[in-house]
Design a protein around this ligand. Structure first.
Ligand SMILES: [Zn+2]
Length: 191
């Protein structure tokens, strides 16, 4: 008899019930690292009987139930194995699909993190490479004076300093009053 492969059973999974799938428990043999399935028998509630479903590429599927002990000789299903094996294969396929989905999500997240880090690094390098075009305080003041007008004239250095840096030199009382008047909101009229 030809060896029944995992792929063959995977292609013949019709007729399984949710109840059967719920009876399959993925287990890992701590000593060997081999994955196998523990499957509750149909009468598990009465006898607490569990069967062990294993697979290896050389000898195929094994199940510790009676049918399995007879090499599934009584099985008429196209898969050539009993439902213990079919349900285990289905659960394994679901497990692998979920693992793949998780892996893909992790990979996407890592990729996004790498891109973010690369972008930050690029920005940092650009900042370092950029010419020191941060204007000095004097240059900033001069630019401000060039670009602004107070009562139609160029602001004085002190005015520019006060407006630009919001610092002293402390205005005289006269200056303060003059500024107050100058910056007072005009009454708003529509007509
Ligand atoms: Zn079995």
């Amino acid at each position: 008899m030809a060896l029944i492969t995992f792929e063959h059973v995977a292609a013949h999974l019709d007729g399984l019930t949710e109840a059967q799938l719920d009876k399959c428990h993925r287990t890992i043999d701590e000593a060997t690292g081999q994955v196998f399935y523990q499957v509750e028998s149909s009468e598990y509630e009465q006898n607490e009987q569990m069967y062990k479903v294993t697979y290896d590429e050389e000898t195929g599927f094994h199940c510790t139930c009676k049918s399995g002990q007879w090499g599934f000789a009584n099985v008429k299903h196209w898969s050539g194995v009993d439902w213990h094996v079919r349900a285990s294969v289905k659960r394994e396929l679901e497990f692998r699909a979920e693992a793949q989905t998780r892996q893909d999500a992790d990979a996407r997240e890592q990729e996004a993190r790498r891109e973010e880090a690369a972008k930050k690094e690029q920005e940092r390098q650009q900042e370092q490479a950029a010419p020191a075009d941060e204007p000095t305080r004097e240059q900033a003041l001069e630019r401000f004076r060039d670009a602004h007008r107070i009562d139609g004239r160029r602001p004085t250095r002190e005015e520019a300093e006060r407006l630009l840096f919001k610092v002293s030199p402390r205005p005289t009382r006269e200056e303060a009053e003059r500024d107050m008047q100058r910056y007072q909101a005009r009454p708003f009229r529509i007509m």
